[in-house]
Design a protein around this ligand. Structure first.
Ligand code: SAM
Length: 342
């Protein structure tokens, strides 16, 4: 069966295998193959593979034992994996149940299967979920706990060597942004001061702190901040992280003129927080501004909004215009890396 595989020269095989395993991208149900001096490493999601690794379709063997959901269903279902939770986005309830049953009966390591029951919504950007199978199935709400005290919707997700505990029913989290977060984290330098205005459970904060930055993360969501503190501990960076629950507009005055780097991952309304970002910025500061715009002019509105707030106090230089992913038909999620210099 043809599956997406990362192709690397044999000598870089183990290093690449580890990179993919850390990002939870290796498809364990398929064999890794060697041919013509190259290694073919099967992956679970070609869209999340870092850009520097070529992905090809290749017929590889299935491992002896596993039954995959595809084997059991006779067609290939669409799902995403987040730790030991499998996430469906299925409108037809019968099909959702059929896929959930197949996933549970398959050999992929899974605790719970959930289906998206709403869009991300409200200030906290949390979605509703229907728990289809596994822990918490009998619960009326997705977040009801199981016997060990943890919820069926709580899991540990790994990306790029960091570990994140989170509950999808309580906080925003998207594993699809792993490559983007890594792109930004790689720009962070030792001892710099970084401020994440909408920090969630810490997928920017933790890797920044791992690179030696002093990091402040703020979020309105109390649960997200509890997870952020726990994730800082789990990844041995608690000393470099300050996690604050609250509205970033109220927290900002304490950190006025403070930041070398500001992350603004609240794509639909980041423009409303630009005055706060500029308040946080020190003399030389890079802002990572996330936006969702029409594909005809994905960067123009963001750049204009930033200039309107930061100039003339700061000189504004757009260092990177980056398309993160397509968001909806004709709409893209983008990031502007913008340097403000005073
Ligand atoms: N950066 C995280 C990530 O990549 O997973 C979370 C991003 S999520 C799109 C936006 C976050 O902003 C949510 O966790 C939400 O609770 C938080 N938020 C929304 N309005 C806020 C505000 N005024 N002050 C602080 N946090 C806010």
């Amino acid at each position: 069966m043809e599956v997406p595989c990362v192709r690397v020269e044999r000598e870089r095989g183990e290093e690449t295998r580890q990179r993919l395993a850390e990002a939870d991208l290796l498809a364990a149900e398929f064999e890794i193959e060697v041919a013509d001096g190259n290694l073919y490493l099967p992956v679970t999601d070609r869209d999340r593979v870092p850009e520097d690794l070529p992905v090809v379709s290749r017929a590889v063997g299935e491992r002896d034992t596993p039954d995959t959901p595809t084997d059991l269903l006779g067609y290939e279902p669409t799902y995403e994996r987040l730790g030991d939770i499998v996430i469906l986005d299925e409108d037809d309830p019968e099909q959702a149940r059929e896929i959930a049953d197949a996933v549970m009966s398959s050999d992929i390591p899974v605790k719970t299967v959930v289906n998206r029951a709403s869009k991300v919504k409200g200030e906290l950007r949390v979605r509703d979920w229907e728990v289809l199978a596994g822990d918490g199935t009998e619960a009326s709400e997705a977040s009801r706990g199981s016997e060990d005290g943890s919820s069926g919707t709580e899991t540990v997700h790994r990306e790029y060597g960091c570990e994140f505990l989170l509950d999808v029913a309580e906080v925003y989290f998207s594993p699809r942004l792993a490559t983007e977060r890594h792109r930004v984290a790689e720009q962070v330098e030792e001892a710099e001061r970084a401020f994440d205005m909408f920090a969630g459970v810490g997928p920017f904060v933790v890797p920044f702190a791992k690179r030696g930055a002093e990091v402040v993360g703020v979020d309105l969501n109390e649960k997200a901040i509890e997870y952020l503190r726990e994730n800082a501990r789990r990844n041995d960076v608690a000393d470099g992280v300050t996690a604050i629950q609250g509205d970033v507009r109220e927290v900002a005055p304490e950190y006025s003129d403070w930041a070398d780097r500001v992350v603004m991952n609240l794509p639909h309304s980041a423009d409303e927080f630009l005055d706060t970002a500029v308040e946080l910025a020190g003399d030389d500061c890079v802002i990572h501004y996330y936006d969702i715009q029409h594909e005809d002019d994905p960067f123009g509105p963001g750049e204009e909004a930033i200039r309107a707030v930061a100039e003339p106090e700061y000189e504004v230089e757009v260092e990177t215009r980056h398309v993160v992913r397509s968001y909806a038909p004709h709409e893209v999620n983008v990031c502007l890396d913008v340097r403000l210099s005073r």
